[in-house]
Design a protein around this ligand. Sequence first.
Ligand code: PLP
Length: 373
Amino acid sequence: MIYLDHAATTRPEPSVVEEMISFLSDNYMNPSSFYQPAVRTRMQVEKARRTIAEFINAPYESIVFTSGGTESDNWAIRMGAGILKNKGKHIITTKIEHPAVLNTVRFMEEQGYEVTYLDVDKTGLIDIENLKSAIRKDTALISIMHANNELGTIQPIKEIGAIAHEHDILFHTDAVQTFGHIDIDVNDYCIDFLSASAHKLYGPKGIGLLYIRNKNEFSKLLFGGSQELGLRPGTENVADIMGFCKAVTIAKDKMEDDAIRINSLRDELKSGILNIVKGAVINENDRCHLPGTLNVTFPDVSAETILIRLDMNGICASAGSACSAGAIEPSHVLMAIGKSEDEARRTIRFSLGRENTRDDIVKTLKVLEDFYR
Ligand code: PLP
């Protein structure tokens, strides 16, 4: 198998799995219990929280473990917007957010909030001047993703954070695609809430985090005991937390080298496709993109047809469209960058990761070459 779908999920590192197994077997104690083995488990969980917090330059007590990116996005927006309810009920986001954000702000509209959906250019980038002019006296929250999951385009979140804080607006960023892949500094970027998910950085599924700058103003997600600062109670998912921490420890070590190597494989795939497939279009911002994400609109045939051919050759990639209610809907991201429905249906996302080699790229290009011959 050649796996080119790392933006969807990543294979957990063997040492992540090993770490998790130890906390599912011998170290199974409830961290809230009082005897020594449980106290040791508690200390491990808190050490993991510290390691992960340091990774984004956050204080240790500002990290709350969640079930993943979707939960963190929902919580940040629903509770975050409420903090400044006396200021107003206006939220700014973009047209290319993940459904975890878009469907949450739609819910907020039903609750009486007004939402501005910023346009993006054909590379997927917002215009900072548009953001400034969208800000109103009653803007309570800006939620803009760090990098887009289909295009890989990285937004200027440092600038966005500074603008938000200048106007006393809270700033949430969905960093699910960037956490563990490129640098994040929550202080330098003036981030108030940040969502991340372990399965995108070679960790387990079903565990993520929400960074909360000022937890005193933040409402609980659930009612229960005192775990997770009392904000999201319930017995901790210890094995997943430890797996997440292991993945972060590896990312600390490998992130820079991975980015350089993966980006050069991406360049090779990109130039190979442009050489082989006349009329292929790369949908990217070539100055600020994730190292591994390559979004391509192919000529003549549907993405499904190409994906089936790739699949028959053991190559996994994704279409730029989501299947809803039995119909293939063109991706809202591709529509927002100005693609036609037809172009959107001919678009494929390749996303490369740590395990990929030059050989994977050569084989993928060969399959495409045979297909288009
Ligand atoms: N946000 C972005 C940008 C994503 O790419 C994803 C997952 O694909 C999510 C949120 C949802 O994360 P999770 O799968 O952890 O719920």
